[in-house]
Ligand binder design. Structure first.
Ligand code: FAD
Length: 311
């Protein structure tokens, strides 16, 4: 390590937290469709809190096997109708024919939805191998091509800094991402990760593969490690030991847990920002506070008044 590098590191450590943010970051937020009236209330509370931050878009997930088809549609359509937000709908290839999926996409277009997050999805039985539906789209790249034939949708696709478990190697994974973008997708949004270095290494590999589309990091502000471990096991994301240790003993201290959660996610976003990232996608889990706090630290302030009526 050279003297220059040492001085640079010292300067970075000495700098007040987030002193370098210049209000030039942009964000998007992901929600899931609510199952109950109570959950619906929580979702709208979150939407209302985050709307004034003026995200580029907000997206709503699609349940395994299309299990939330109606709820996803209703949620996306309501956001589009009742807020100033641009709503994006997630759509998967699981358990459906091309005609059925095209029908869902047509309904989105008719409702004014112009942005789809196009995914393969996971097999209905966790841990089993994905088999495409006979007459269905084979994978996300195939779905992107199908959607583009219907309408000029804006399309986001999934990207995996730590490699998708079905990909034998990072090269296969990268080829797959390239196929999705070549088929017409506009950007990648990453699976969550907890090591900024993993994202930076991935960004370098993406650039070396000649991919110029933006790869937006997906940020999961964690306040429940046990639940996150379950998600992470399904998608090959690594939960570092230090993170488990940070939350030890906080089960009965929800306020302290939130503070720790905000600190961990904020530190990661600070490093990503310092590494040149200017666009962040938050997995909100339908709760606004952590995402709102981190956006605030990233220099994002209210731009509009929330238009959302109380649910
Ligand atoms: P694909 O890009 O199709 O790839 C999956 C794997 O198959 C890759 O490993 C790839 O290498 C391999 N593969 C694909 N095509 C080929 C081929 N022709 N030959 C060989 N190998 C191939 N899931 C949901 O159910 N609902 C959601 O709303 C949802 N939202 C998500 C949002 C984001 C931002 C992310 C990152 C993930 C989301 N997921 C969602 C999870 C996603 O469905 C799973 O990760 C799924 O296992 C893979 O989907 P994909 O779109 O990445 O698949």
């Amino acid at each position: 390590i050279s003297i220059n590098q040492l001085e640079e590191a010292r300067r970075a450590l000495d700098a007040p937290l987030f002193a370098d943010v210049a209000g030039d970051a942009e964000v998007s937020f992901e929600f899931f469709p609510p199952k109950t009236d109570k959950m619906e209330e929580a979702l709208w509370e979150a939407v209302k809190t985050l709307e004034p931050l003026g995200p580029r878009f907000v997206s709503v997930t699609y349940g395994a096997g299309g299990s939330t088809r109606e709820r996803t549609h209703a949620t996306v359509a309501r956001i589009q109708r009742e807020t100033s937000l641009a709503a994006a709908a997630h759509l998967t290839c699981v358990e459906a024919t091309k005609e059925e999926i095209d029908e869902v996409a047509e309904a989105y277009w008719a409702a004014g939805i112009r942005h789809i997050v196009a995914l393969r999805g996971d097999p209905p039985v966790a841990g089993s191998k994905f088999v495409s539906h006979p007459g269905g789209y084979d994978n996300a790249a195939d779905l992107v091509a199908g959607l583009k034939k219907l309408h000029p949708f804006e399309i986001s696709v999934a990207a995996y800094p730590e490699c998708h478990p079905d990909s034998g190697s990072v090269d296969v994974d990268l080829d797959n991402l390239k196929r999705k973008l070549d088929a017409g997708a506009n950007r990648g949004i990453t699976q969550f990760f907890f090591s900024p270095e993993a994202y930076f290494r991935f960004r370098d590999r993406v650039a070396a593969a000649g991919i110029t589309a933006e790869i937006v990091p997906g940020i999961l502000p964690v306040s429940n490690v046990a639940q996150t471990r379950k998600f992470a096991a399904m998608c090959n994301a690594e939960i570092p030991d230090w993170m488990g240790r940070l939350f030890e003993g906080l089960d009965d201290h929800p306020a302290a847990r939130q503070l720790v959660a905000a600190t961990v996610a904020a530190e990661m976003c600070r490093k990503l920002y310092a590494g040149g990232v200017r666009s962040f996608h938050f997995y909100t889990l339908n709760r606004a506070e952590l995402s709102f706090a981190i956006c605030h630290l990233l220099g994002i302030r209210a731009k509009t008044q929330a238009k959302v009526a109380a649910a």
